[in-house]
Structure formats: C-alpha cells, structure tokens
Design a protein around this ligand. Sequence first.
Ligand code: GTP
Ligand code: MG
Length: 232
Amino acid sequence: MLDQLDIIPIAIVSTIVLLILSVLIGFVLKRKSSKTTILLLGATDAGKTQLYTQLRFEKKTSTVTSMKENEGPVTLKNKTYELVDIPGHERVRFHYIDYLPVTRSIVFVVDSTTVARQIRIVGEYLYNILAQQQVQKQHIPILIACNKTDLITALPKDKIQQRLEVEINRLRSTRTAAVEQQEANIDDEQEAYLGYEGEDFKFDHLDNDVQFDTCSVEKDELDNVVDWIVNN
Ligand SMILES: Nc1nc2c(ncn2[C@@H]2O[C@H](COP(=O)(O)OP(=O)(O)OP(=O)(O)O)[C@@H](O)[C@H]2O)c(=O)[nH]1
Ligand SMILES: [Mg+2]
C-alpha cells in the first residue's frame, strides 16, 4: 500500500512532466502559427505577379517579366499573411529557398494553356521544390493553382496533374541514375527521393499535402486559392 509520503514525490514528478510537455506543445504550435509567409512560385508568365497584385491591392496591373521578388502583407478573411512573388526567370527562381524557414505554404502557379508545351521547365522547377529537404521536413503544403481557366485552350486540372506526374517520374529516373553514376558519398547533400521506389510517381505518395485547383486571375476567380491559403 502506498502511503501519503510515497504519493508526494510521484505527484511532483508528474506535475513537472506535464509542465514540460505543455511548454513543448505550446512551442510547436507557436512555431506553426508564427509562420505566415505564402510563396507564389511557378514558371515565367504563369500569372504570379497578377495574382499578387490582385490579392494585395484588389486590382490588376499590367505586368512584364519580373526580375525581382515582390513582397508585402495581405489580409485574407481577417488573417494577415506575408505574400512573396518570386519571378520564374531561371536566374532568380531559386531565391525561394531563402524563404523556406518562414514559409507556411506554397502556391505553385501554372499557366494551364501552355503547361503541356512547357512541361520540362514546369516539371523541373516543381521537382526541385518537392525534393527540398526543408519542404519535406516541415511538411509545407503546396497548391498547384491551374491559372487562366478563362481561356478555352486551358488544360483541365486532372490532365495537368497526370502530365506532371509523368514528367516527374521521368526526371526521377534520370536523376537517380546520375546520382548512382557519381558514386559520391555526400549523403546529406543528395536530393530526397520522391515517392515510392519501384512505383510510378504519384503526388499522393508524398508526405506533403499537394492539391490541384483552378483559378483565373483575369476573371478574378480566386476563391479556390484564397480558401486554400486560409485553410492551410
Ligand atoms: N487570360 C488570362 N491571362 C492571365 C491570367 N493571369 C495572368 N494572365 C496574363 O499572363 C501574363 C503574365 O502574367 P504575370 O503575372 O506577369 O506572370 P508571372 O508569373 O509574374 O511571370 P514572371 O514574372 O515572368 O515570372 C500577363 O500578360 C497577364 O495578363 C488569367 O487568369 N487569364
Ligand atoms: Mg512576375
């Protein structure tokens, strides 16, 4: 039988353990909620800067190929985020990596009318993002925003998903072969393998949540994008 004197140390230890646990949980929750940066990524001409100005200033400005990031606060459904538009030009597109430590979610904008023709460029950029260790470790959610649905030549989102899966599958096999050839022992610098070995690549196989949805910045049809940002 435990007498009162035995119970006191147990109670003290349990209280300390509970206190440490709640501090840790609070710390993890705070880290998630303190990340407010939303990255707009994608190939040139996808519509990122138009989307940025529409979300921030509720107006479309005529745009030219960007060479510098646009960055600023935006309020969506009473929540404030830091919106960052990274140009698709190959000299600047990888600047997105600097923002990953503070990134909450990524909106990858695709021009649905040209994605079939540009599948190599779009697939390679998306592959690079998905293979980033920071993207995987932090489970950063990604929305593939299939833009320009106002144009009749726009490819449906399920077709865009299929094309990207085929392209990433192709890239994965060429990259894996290249890495094996190098026989390098730089384990920590290797790109993470995407999906399941021995199976064709599917977005469903990733730990990250990757969603596909449509939008038209031109027609101000952005509900899918706004809802996704607010819910992720
Ligand atoms: N029809 C149509 N055109 C759009 C839409 N969204 C953007 N555009 C046009 O697409 C072109 C490129 O848009 P931008 O926003 O400058 O493209 P971007 O992704 O910022 O391109 P970079 O800065 O080069 O990376 C512009 O001429 C826009 O008017 C859309 O929903 N429908
Ligand atoms: Mg731009």
